[in-house]
Design a protein around this ligand. Sequence first.
Ligand code: AMP
Ligand code: MG
Length: 420
Amino acid sequence: MPLVPLAEARAHVLGRVRPLPPHVVPLAEALGLVLTVPVVSDEAVPPFANTAMDGFAVRAADTAGASDDAPVRLEVIGTLHAGAATELAVGPGQALRIMTGAPMPPGADAVVMVERTAPVAGGRPGGSADEAIEVHVEVGPGTHVRGPGEDVARGDEVVAAGAELTPAAVGVLASVGVTEVTAVPRPRVGVVSTGDELVHGGGALLPGQIRDSNRPMLLASVAAAGFAPVDLGHAADDADAITEAFRRGADTCDAVLSSGGVSMGDADLVKVVLDELGDFRWMQIAIKPAKPFAFGIVTSTDGKDAVPVFGLPGNPVSSAVSFALLAAPALRAMAGRAVIDPPTVRAVVDQPLARRPDGKDHYARVVCRYDPDEGRYHVHSAGGQGSHQLAGLAAANALAVLPDGPTVEPGRTVEVILAG
Ligand code: AMP
Ligand code: MG
């Protein structure tokens, strides 16, 4: 079977997935979702002029010529905290003690920060130091005043269609009173592991058994990518069991990931089942790890949904790399994202990254670090590079792309896919 370039495999998959239809989603559940309708504010932020400093609201004209040597004395007429409103107007020669966020009182047009004032005893005999201040600085109109609409004006588009909701975007939407958005929902992604040898969780292993690492890992990968993981359980190497799991996935999820059963072995039934269920392709991709890959579309029982199924290989590192290079980008496309791949950097190789020419690009598990003095990234192997050596993957924070050819020697640079 000829090897398929990764780009062709990706094009095959990406050509068969679509963004999910948009839904109205509560803002509290919308982090990471892509908006399909822009949000235009019908409020101004701040809604009123307020003070940016703790200090005194004054008439700027009253501070003319004020300095440390020639302070100006003002009468303090009261105190205003954030959240309070006042009718108290600041007249000539007066100041109102005011805390950050409190509305500017009528009459005042500037704020003197408390650090540039000093308390003085009041004008009347026996008066307290709260009743008057000396101002040590001249301020102009508007000093330390945050005007209404300075952050967001009524009619401003605060989040564009196509934008991915970041925590800051959630904040700005909350600031203008938005409680729900129209967005592409989070894809629900089912995960099923296949293999007679697999045991879930702890407990003693019988001869020939191993623990199921892929299902927890893939569920975690789905969650880490910002999607909703759905545990579809484990299926034995049995066509009926695998079919049932895929049908259940198609009825309850937007996409399904399976692990195992896509290689050349007798018990590799995932590809057989997917072939029966429709629009199926089985590929040997020109990469290592993660060479075998199956992709199919399973229709839900009600006939309404055509759900993509990603048949990832069973070797744990292959499963993870296949997820990263093929499934995750497709899921991001289903989530409406414009950027479907993690960032890459070029990095200097510090130790030989061993390989031989074999017609495949290798994805080495590496530790990548930025050297701020040099202004460059560096990589070294994160550990065992076998496709069964999950510990090496767990120690890695990046995949280095080693193009087909010999060992990449120290000092050479490689492209590195940063985890994420
Ligand atoms: P397969 O692709 O099903 O032929 O599996 C390839 C290798 O990966 C075999 O050694 C399996 O035992 C192992 N494997 C398959 N599925 C899992 C899993 N969920 N967790 C850990 N190892 C697995
Ligand atoms: Mg298997």
